[in-house]
Every structure is written in C-alpha cells, then in structure tokens.
Design a binder for this molecule. Sequence first.
Ligand SMILES: Cc1cc2nc3c(=O)[nH]c(=O)nc-3n(C[C@H](O)[C@H](O)[C@H](O)COP(=O)(O)OP(=O)(O)OC[C@H]3O[C@@H](n4cnc5c(N)ncnc54)[C@H](O)[C@@H]3O)c2cc1C
Length: 379
Amino acid sequence: MADESYDYLIVGAGFAGSVLAERLAADANKRVLLIDRRSHIGGNAYDYYNDDGILIHQYGPHIFHTNAKRIIDYLSKFTEWRPYEHRVLAHVDGQLVPIPINLSTLNQLYQLEMTPEEAEQFLVARAEPVAEIKTSEDVVINQVGRELYEKFFRGYTTKQWGLDPSQLDKSVTSRVPTRTNDDDRYFIDEYQQMPLHGYTAMFNKMLDHPNIDIMLNVDYREIRDSIKHGHLIFTGPVDEYFDYCFGKLPYRSLEFRHLTIDQPQFQPVAVVNYPDQQVEHTRITEYKYLTGQTHPKTAITYEIPQAEGDPYYPVPRPENTELYRRYQALAENTPNVTFVGRLATYKYYNMDQVVGQALATYQRLMEAKNSPTLIAEMH
Ligand SMILES: Cc1cc2nc3c(=O)[nH]c(=O)nc-3n(C[C@H](O)[C@H](O)[C@H](O)COP(=O)(O)OP(=O)(O)OC[C@H]3O[C@@H](n4cnc5c(N)ncnc54)[C@H](O)[C@@H]3O)c2cc1C
C-alpha cells in the first residue's frame, strides 16, 4: 500500500469523508485512500447487527431528516428508504408526555382539556419575558416560564452538558420548539426517512468503487509520512491536526450502554427522555422503531453524558468559539489540506448538513482545480 500513490488522502470515513471519497472517485476519476482509526466505516452513523441479530446504532440513535431534496437524491443512489417520523416522550412527574411540548403535553400534565387557543393563552400567561436573551435558560423561560423550564429542560440540559443552562449559549435550547397544536413529531422536515437496510449498508455501497482503497484501525499520524498522496482532506478534530497548539477544544462525551431485552417491546416510542436529575441517563432508545425490524427480542441503549471520552458535542460557549476561530485561521492558511465535517469545523451538524457541506466542498475542489486564482485563494 505504501508504494501506491493517491490523488487524495481522506482522513475519516464518516459522512464527510465518505461522500467526498465517492464524488472524487466516481465523478472525478481520482485515486482515493480513505482511512479511519476506528474499526469500521460510517463514522458516528455506523450501525450493526448485535449478537442477538438486532440492528443497533453504536453511537446512539441517528434519525435522518432533511428539507433538501438534492441530499435525498444523492443518497438515494446508495440506499432505498423506509418512511419514519420520529416521536419522543419525556418522563416527567411520573408520566410519559410528548416532547417537544405540545397541546397533549400540557393537557396531560395539568389534567386539562384545553383547545389550541387556550393552550396558547396558558403559555403566554406563564412565559416570563427576558429583556435580553443570552443564555439557554433565558430562551426557555422567555417562551414557557420557569415551571416548564424546571420540569423539561433544566435537568436534561444540566446532565447533557455538565453545565447549568444559565451558563450555556442560547443556541443550545433555541432549537427546541413549543407547539400548541397536537403535532407530536420531533422533526418537521419535509423528508423523514431511514436507510432501508441501515447506514453501514449505505456506506458500503457508496464506497464500493475501484478508485477507493480503505484502511481501518489506522490513525492519520501513523501513516502520514509513508503514504504518497496529493491533496489531504481531514475530517478529524482540527485541534488534534495542529497538535493542540492553542489548547484543547472542549467536547462533551457520552457513554452508550447497549442492552438486549428478552421481550418484543420495551417502551412506547423510539426515544424516551429523562429530564430528572435523579437518574444519570438522559434518554433511552429502542431501535426497532427506527429500523422497522421484527424480532422476538428488543435492543435498547442508555445514554449517559460524560466529561471525558470520544468527542461528540462541541460545547457552545463564546470562549470555545473564540478558540476555534484561531484554529480556523490556521486551517485556512494550510496549503493542500481541506478541513470538512463536524470535528474539523467544531460545529454540531446533522447528517444531511454534513452531506451538503461535503458536496459543496467537492464542487469547490473541482472549481479550484480548473482555476489558478481559486487555487491560490484556497491555499
Ligand atoms: C449521539 C449523537 C446522535 C446524533 N443523532 C443524529 C440524528 O439523529 N440525526 C442527524 O442528522 N445527525 C445526528 N448526529 C450527528 C451525526 O453524527 C453527524 O452529523 C455525522 O456523524 C457527521 O459526520 P462527520 O463525517 O463529520 O463525522 P464523524 O461521523 O464523526 O466521522 C469522523 C471520522 O473521522 C475519524 N477520525 C478522526 N480523527 C482521525 C484520525 N486522526 N485518523 C483517522 N481517523 C480519524 C473518526 O474515527 C470518525 O469515524 C448525532 C451525533 C451524535 C454524537
């Protein structure tokens, strides 16, 4: 392998690296080496059949949703789909109620029979307007008031981030919608569907091309001097690439506790959230809802947030954004290397956004190749 020469070396076989490998190999006829330090392709979207034959997601539930038809069109070359609309319940005051908060949540929790108009009034009466919304706490209290904030958000967010919502940027909770109708879908995107045979099967098809070689269980640092290659595409952590020269970018990690239960069903929906601070897990996922698999047993995963471990969520605080900006400036001035994906840009992205980012990066690489001015700019 070391004797071979590649047009592109791609570090990381998640969505970012795999989409770029596929485009460069199949569309631009380039020779690509794709490496990952994990033992599998697919990055965090990796799924597999456990010892009991149930398809599970190793790194927690990955639900595909997008408004971009072009992303669906692109991925549809590698998979068929099954329709799936995600629904989540929260365990609050001893009941299971829909989250995001909707009409049923309020009626169930307060034993009322409100109409949507009454529910709107109910929330307006409870909301505590905050003059300048800065933190995650401000966002929720401003929208639904302190009581619902304490029941649904405070414990969950504190467990998830290891920080009180009053210390977290407003972006963390500004994504949480509140509804006064009966819509109990977690996402409202136009396309909500799961790869019919799972993510790993989709990645296998995407990467099945004679121009693509794959090396697993290998870190970039181990091979960077021995593989002859042209352009480098790096989808790993940007601070790691630069040897943490400005310090470590903080991430929140998770422990995934996977179990098989000897009964066909465990809970009424795919995901149940546990905002209560008395229990350490934030949520439990039951995969058969996502995959549509029928099986006499069922597989679930407890998610327990951790300070240390694999980097999963960039911690959204202004000082971290500031630190990332310094790495970003270095990255932009590193010739012949393109940084793409969630770890390389220190930003939480959904899968469809990473696919979009990778496709746009491919376009830019191709345009730069055909334009000397752009090449200079990219460097
Ligand atoms: C718990 C959790 C749940 C999520 N749920 C959803 C969801 O429901 N819907 C959704 O749309 N998105 C979800 N996401 C986001 C989704 O995981 C990301 O959008 C997607 O994985 C990003 O792809 P990526 O290629 O940028 O990164 P990754 O998938 O992380 O891939 C990067 C790869 O690079 C490899 N790598 C890093 N450094 C090196 C190195 N030095 N050498 C070799 N290899 C290296 C890593 O091993 C990894 O496999 C979730 C994320 C998490 C953490």
